[in-house]
Every structure is written in C-alpha cells, then in structure tokens.
Design a protein around this ligand. Structure first.
Ligand SMILES: Nc1ncnc2c1ncn2[C@@H]1O[C@H](COP(=O)(O)OP(=O)(O)OP(=O)(O)O)[C@@H](O)[C@H]1O
Ligand SMILES: [Mg+2]
Length: 350
C-alpha cells in the first residue's frame, strides 16, 4: 500500500487537544490500531474558528508522525453553537429523493443563518403519530467553517472523506459500546476545553442536541487568575501536577467554584429538554471530554442534576492489543469519545 494504510482515521480537532483513533474490523467487532493525543497552544482555535492555520497544520503533521500514522483518509467533525444547527423537525411525508430536492426550502425557517451559507443534510427518522407527517433530523453546518477545517486537514497531507458533527460522533461511540434500551433516555455529554456538546438519545436515537460555548478553559482561567500563572502552569495545576507556590487544596476549591457555571448550563439544557417534551425522564448521563478527568466533577453533575452520571468508556467493546499501555488508555479514554465515533465512520456513510 503505497499511499498509506487501509481504512481511515478519526481526527477530533479540539481547541486544546487533537485526538486521533484508528480502528480495524476484527471478528465481527473492532480492534484498536492506533491512537494519539496532542496538546495545542490555546490561541490556535477560538470559538470553533481556526485562528492560526499554519501552526494547526504543523501540530496535526507532528501528531501523525509521532503516532506513526500513514493512513491518509480522515474523518473529522465540526461542533459549536455558532456553526452547527441540529434540529428534529416534522415534515409532510415524502421520499428521500423528494426531500433532497426540497430540503433547502424546508430548512429555511429552522436555520438562523443565510441558507446559502450552510451545507444541509438530513436523516428521515420515520413517521410521526400525526398522519401524513414524518420525523426528520436536519443538520446545517456553516460552509466557511467546513472549508476552514477541510483546508487545514488537506494541508496536513490528509484526505478528509467525511465531515461529521460532534453530537453524531458521540452517538456512534455510544452505539458500539453500550446496550441500547428502548424508551430509555440517555444524555451524552462531552465537555471539552471550550465546548459542551449535549445529545439526548431515546432508544439510541438522537432526540435533542445542544452545543454551548463553555468548558474547562473556565477552570484554567480561574487558576491562572488566582495564582498569577501562565496557561501551561495553570493546566498542570488543574491536572493535579505540582506547580511552585500552588496549594493543591486551593486549586480544588477554585475548580469547584468555576464548575458552577458549567453545571448551571447543563441544568438549563436539561430543563429546556424536559420543558419541550412534557417532562420526560433522563435515566443516565454519560460524560466524555476533558471535564470527565476533573476530580469530583462526575459526582457534582449527579448532585446538581439528580441524574446518575457515569464517565464514558469509548473502548469498552473495542479489543485492545497488548502493545498498548492499557493504564494510560483507560486514563485518557473519556477524551477519546468523539475520535472513536469518527473512526467508526466509513466512506460512503451519510
Ligand atoms: N487529568 C486532567 N485533569 C483535569 N483536566 C484535564 C486533564 N487532562 C486534560 N484535561 C483538560 O481537558 C481539556 C481537554 O479535553 P478535550 O480534549 O475534551 O477538549 P477539546 O476537544 O480540546 O476542547 P473543545 O472540544 O471544547 O474545543 C483541557 O482543558 C485539559 O486541560
Ligand atoms: Mg472536543
């Protein structure tokens, strides 16, 4: 194979860490082939927009080299409330072809951006109770954001074959690793450095998604302010590593108070969901992203929301060959949720 290995990599370009996962199919399931995490300086991606594409390209190249990845095909994702709209809408029953023809017209009233500025996609979920109506998931992503990411990925020598959205990648990750129970609502939460993705699944199918622009940067910034630290040192202190003149107990209490804002946003989103669905119960929250690594964050969510909360296990049903450091993999697994979901996509998927 002259032009790189078979299959594709999942490439999750976060604002603070780039993550990549390569899986291969084995014995009717999946096996981990490669993975890596690469930290980014904080100023390259801001509010989901690429600010410094040259340095981002270099970072991606360096990560691929470090991980020994020669595969060229990559699946990436876009997120963020200012560039992605995902809505479940009701439309008159029609075929997929008919909807393809009329999607622009149908979508216009649901998309708060100029319809010419977005790429549209949809999935027909099925008939609704009201006769003649069907349930459709509508996705609109800003073209300029897609183009920014595609051009960076190409510059890094990769071939972007699919552009997904974070919420759907999480669903895919959930689909291979968890038992889907009919009529049970599960909230998938991914809280990174600057974004919260929330996706509520009912029987494994997304019924509600919401992105907000809050994340663990709030913790880093609070620690920076309190101890007058550089970004790098504040990140260290946040991870519980020793930093000169920093008292770990104080760090814990700063993190706890900075978490309030994030928790408030989660509670608001869940309340909004409940208010639009006549108070449907959510049985469980599954947490991915960097915030899952923060001490006490999981019990704090459980307490604030009153919902049982677990840290996601994106490799639960994926075979891990012996060459991997399983202790490390287990430690960072919650950060890899989206990358795993992206690695599960295949060319030709929608
Ligand atoms: N051990 C740890 N303890 C606490 N926080 C951690 C730890 N490891 C990483 N983090 C934090 O997790 C965040 C990175 O998580 P993640 O990779 O999910 O974010 P991201 O995808 O880069 O961000 P976003 O999607 O919001 O742009 C960083 O803020 C980092 O400081
Ligand atoms: Mg992320």
């Amino acid at each position: 194979m002259l032009f790189g290995g078979k299959g594709s990599i999942g490439l999750d370009i976060g604002s603070s860490y780039i993550k990549t996962v390569k899986l291969k199919e084995s014995k009717g399931g999946y096996e981990l082939e490669q993975f890596d995490i690469f930290p980014l300086p904080p100023e390259l991606i801001v509010d989901g927009s690429i600010i410094d594409s040259l340095r981002l390209v270099d970072a991606i190249k360096e990560m691929l080299k470090k991980a020994g990845i020669t595969t060229k095909d990559a699946v990436i994702a876009i997120s963020g409330h200012s560039s992605v709209i995902i809505k479940r809408i009701a439309l008159p029953e029609m075929s997929e072809e008919e909807l393809q023809e009329s999607i622009k017209f149908e979508a216009e009233q649901y998309v708060p951006f100029d319809i010419e500025d977005v790429d549209l996609d949809f999935q027909i979920i099925g008939p609704k109770e009201e006769p003649g109506q069907m349930d459709v998931i509508l996705v609109a992503v800003k073209k300029d954001i897609i183009n920014e990411y595609i051009s960076v990925v190409k510059e890094a020598g990769l071939n972007p074959i699919i552009v997904d959205v974070d919420a759907f990648a999480l669903e895919n990750m959930y689909g291979v690793n968890y038992q889907i129970e009919h009529d049970r609502n599960v909230a998938l939460l991914n809280i990174g450095a600057s974004t919260i993705n929330m996706s509520i699944l009912k029987g494994g199918i997304s019924v509600f998604t919401r992105d907000s622009s809050l994340g663990s940067n709030l913790h880093t910034e609070a620690i920076q302010r309190e101890f007058n630290l550089s970004y790098e040192n504040a990140e260290k202190a946040k991870r519980g590593e020793p930093v000169e003149n920093v008292n770990p107990d104080e760090v814990t209490s700063i993190i706890e108070s900075a978490s309030e804002e994030i928790l408030g946003e989660i509670v608001r989103s869940l309340d909004y969901y409940r208010s639009t669905t006549m108070h449907e119960d959510i049985a469980e929250i599954i947490l991915s992203g960097g915030c899952a690594l923060i001490k006490n964050f999981v019990p704090m969510i459980a307490e604030k929301t009153g919902i049982e909360t677990k840290v996601s296990e994106p490799f639960k049903n994926i075979r891990i060959p012996k060459k991997f450091d399983t202790a490390y993999l287990e430690e960072v697994a919650p950060i890899m949720g989206i990358a795993v979901g992206l690695a599960l996509r295949k060319q030709g998927d929608r």
